[in-house]
Design a protein around this ligand. Structure first.
Ligand code: GDD
Length: 318
């Protein structure tokens, strides 16, 4: 069986490739790479996966990749995924995320293929959530607070619409925050870990720059998250939407304290106003009952291990 991963050189995409190679040796993994993609996350997979050049924003290239691979499953993980960038570059975010996905759907439709397609939505789609709505179910209203969130809602609804209109086997996942080794350095857990690793090596003065430490997020280890993506594609119901999350919320301040507890450095914590957002989502804690009941998935890796692994990842790199 051939599977195609968009975003394979990224954080979740590379872990998904690892998961499939380890657990489903009968599967041939294909991934799409842009000509300028950074390859470090898939360096260890050279010779084990097939990388084909393409760009989800370019219909012709995507159609030709899908025609060549004829995948039985497509995992659509490629995206502009950093929330703050979506305020600085809203058009680019909307184009990459919404039009990029439309190109995949249209290519599949025009080629007359019928793969299962997992699309990576986000807990950001829920946006503003009231206290009495936590833990958040899939049926919660969506009140987006960033262009990124709007782009993910559009992807989500296009998934629903293409399922309804054409019977395409699209499974929508709403992944809550996930982290672990290879996490991009702009994201909070990775950014704090990198700063601590730099301070440990004497390469940064002992001051940690932070943004809003009061936000609460529900974190899952990326290795559990990608197993969730596999379960969604292979056991999920086409047309349905599933939260993938741990159900436990951490204040960002608690995560910083946890990271610092794994290190001997003494630091000063300093607010960097540049890191504050025009509107930040205050709390995201998910209810994963629907997904667990449908697929049997549950998170396995404790958050402390995730955070330690991430800190060690940066210790080896700075
Ligand atoms: N990035 C960053 N840097 N965030 C900080 C910082 C900092 O220095 N200090 C505090 N924060 C707060 C942010 O304001 C936010 O409330 C929280 O930490 C998490 O920020 P990110 O790690 O940037 O992730 P996110 O929650 O905005 O988005 C991530 O999770 C979504 C799922 O909920 C991304 O991975 C999205 O692509 C994903 O959809």
């Amino acid at each position: 069986m051939n599977v195609l991963i968009t975003g394979i050189t990224g954080f979740a995409g590379s872990h998904l490739a690892d998961y499939i190679l380890e657990n489903h040796p009968d599967v041939t993994v294909y991934g799409i790479v842009r000509w300028r993609s950074r390859m470090e996350n898939v360096e260890h997979l050279r010779g084990k996966i097939h990388l084909i050049e393409g760009d989800i924003r370019d219909y012709v290239s995507i159609r030709s990749v899908i025609e060549e691979v004829k995948p039985e499953i497509i995992f659509h993980l490629a995206a502009q995924s950093f929330v703050p960038t979506s305020w600085k570059a809203p058009q680019e975010t909307l184009t990459t995320n919404i039009i990029g996905q439309t190109n995949i759907f249209e290519a599949v439709r025009e080629l007359g293929l019928n793969p299962a397609i997992q699309i990576a939505g986000s807990s950001e789609e829920y946006g503003l959530v009231y206290e009495n709505e936590v833990p958040i179910k899939e049926s919660n209203p969506l009140r987006p607070l960033s262009p990124y969130a709007v782009s993910k809602i559009a992807q989500d609804f296009l998934g629903y619409q293409y399922f309804k209109s054409y019977g395409m086997r699209i499974i929508r996942t709403r992944g809550f925050n996930h982290t672990g080794p290879r996490r991009g350095e702009v994201f909070v857990t990775s950014n704090f870990s990198k700063q601590i690793a730099l301070i440990e090596k004497g390469k940064q003065e002992p001051v940690i720059k932070v943004g809003n430490l009061d936000a609460i997020r529900d974190f899952t280890d990326v290795r559990d998250m990608v197993r969730g993506y596999w379960f969604a594609a292979t056991r999920g119901e086409p047309g349905e939407v599933y939260n993938i999350c741990s159900g436990k919320g951490y204040r960002i301040k608690e995560i910083l304290d946890m990271l610092l507890s794994f290190s001997k450095v003494k630091v000063k914590v300093e607010l960097d106003p540049e890191r504050l957002r025009p509107s930040d989502v205050p709390v995201l804690i998910g209810d994963n009952t629907k997904f667990r009941e449908k697929t049997g998935w549950s998170p396995k890796i404790p958050f402390e291990k995730t955070v330690k692994d991430l800190l060690n990842y940066w210790r080896e790199r700075v």
